[in-house]
Design a protein around this ligand. Structure first.
Ligand code: HEM
Length: 383
């Protein structure tokens, strides 16, 4: 059975023929049941991404209500990913230049990656590793002390849990609502620690020349150190979920290939590139219209949301890098993401993890935009 709709496609076993048909036959349409416009063709997605009225957050809710007030709301609201203010463009350019510079310095060091967390032993360990490894990698790239990498990974996972819980705030009741309330409390504390840790690092003795330059350039542009530090935490945050999906889907692909699993970095990078093409970790993103707009002859009203199906655009234009977004909010982390995923994949396979066994039993986490396998779970019992 093909997916019922584009959100269902994210966790479907093989959504790619559906995505190809969507991009071809339904470039932009309204899905009344989902209460979303859906853009699937590269031209429609580009038109929306370019439109000044297309915002990354709903106008009335710049930060998820469930996080407010508190340190998690403050952190979220400062991320360049989550706002379209004038400061966004200035800080985004500085962050992109910083990532490029750090990446270049990292590549000069021909040592085995020291950032990798301990290799996992079982399915539950793999599930944790998928989320931890990308954050450890990014923390290392930021120059944070190795003793802080695990704390960063823990806090990002807590913060992410709070963001997801806040998105479910109106749909849960009873024990689930209580668990989500606890997740939000934990996420508030984690956000406060992340902000403090990265502020200390920005002005601390381990700050690299590139990081100090980022701080100085930001100060010159009138951007406060707290804002820069929040966005360093933002780099950890952005790398986490998409990185988990990239590594997880690579393990599944390696497991399905059996004996041809990659043993060298070159082969690992080739496999990661294939995953980005054939089974990507991120399938869609959203925009919210601040004013009525006319696109492809259709009128999208102010306040309406558009689902941009990047994975469908990638079927129509496989070489265009759609999985990393485009235009104003395009991802500045594609190069490190690819490199870190290859290192982590080799590490896991080298530690003797049985990828074929993992690929034989997994499900996808129930997320609306990221495709992340989960290897440790109980079969649902039917009444
Ligand atoms: C597999 C890995 C990754 C994928 C698939 C991915 C994908 C994306 C996409 C699609 C967007 C745009 C979202 C939108 O326009 O609504 C984005 C934004 C962003 N990504 Fe990534 N990303 C990945 C890894 C990373 C890493 C490792 C970093 C950090 C170095 C990073 C940093 C960012 C930032 C800061 C933004 C916001 C940019 C802005 O709003 O201007 N990403 N990413």
């Amino acid at each position: 059975m093909p997916p019922a709709h584009p959100l269902d496609a994210v966790t479907h076993p093989d959504p790619y023929p559906y995505y190809a048909a969507l991009a071809r036959d339904r470039p932009l349409y309204r899905d009344g049941a989902l209460d979303l416009w859906v853009a699937a063709h590269p031209d429609s997605i580009t038109a929306i991404l370019r439109h000044p009225a297309a915002r990354v957050r709903p106008l009335a809710e710049p930060v998820p209500r469930g996080l407010c007030p508190g340190p998690a709301a403050d952190l979220f609201g400062r991320f360049v990913r989550m706002n379209d203010s004038a400061a966004h463009a200035r800080l985004k350019a500085l962050l992109a230049a910083f990532i490029q510079q750090q990446q270049r310095q990292g590549e000069d060091v021909h040592a085995p990656p020291a950032w990798l967390p301990a290799a996992p032993r079982d399915a539950a360990g793999i599930d944790r590793y998928l989320y931890a490894a990308p954050v450890h990698a990014q923390a290392a790239l930021l120059g944070l002390a190795p003793s802080l990498h695990a704390d960063c990974a823990h806090d990002i996972v807590m913060f992410l849990g709070a963001v997801h819980a806040s998105a479910r705030a109106n749909t849960n009741a009873g024990a689930r609502a209580e668990a989500d309330a606890a997740r939000i409390v934990a996420g508030q504390a984690a956000a406060a620690r992340l902000q403090a840790r990265l502020e200390a690092h920005l002005s601390g003795p381990l700050a690299s020349p590139a990081l100090r330059k980022l701080g100085a350039d930001a100060a010159h542009a009138g951007i406060a150190p707290g804002m820069v530090a929040a966005n360093l935490a933002g780099l950890l945050f952005q790398s986490c979920e998409a990185g988990a999906g990239l590594l997880g889907n690579a393990l599944v692909m390696a497991g399905r290939r059996g004996p041809q699993a990659p043993a060298t970095r070159r082969h690992a990078l080739a496999l990661i590139d294939e995953v980005l093409r054939r089974d990507p970790p991120l399938h869609n993103t959203r925009r919210f219209m601040a004013e009525p707009v006319e696109i492809d002859g259709q009128r999208i009203e102010a306040g309406q949301a558009v689902l941009l199906v990047l994975a469908a655009a990638a079927m129509a234009e496989p070489d265009a890098g759609w999985i990393f977004g485009a235009q104003r909010h395009a991802c500045p982390g594609a190069v490190p993401a690819r490199s870190h995923a290859a290192d982590a994949l080799l590490h896991v396979l080298g530690a003797g993890v049985d990828a074929a066994a993992l690929a034989a039993r997994f499900r996808y986490r129930p997320l609306p935009n990221a495709r992340i396998p989960q290897f440790d779970f109980q079969e649902e019992t039917r009444p």
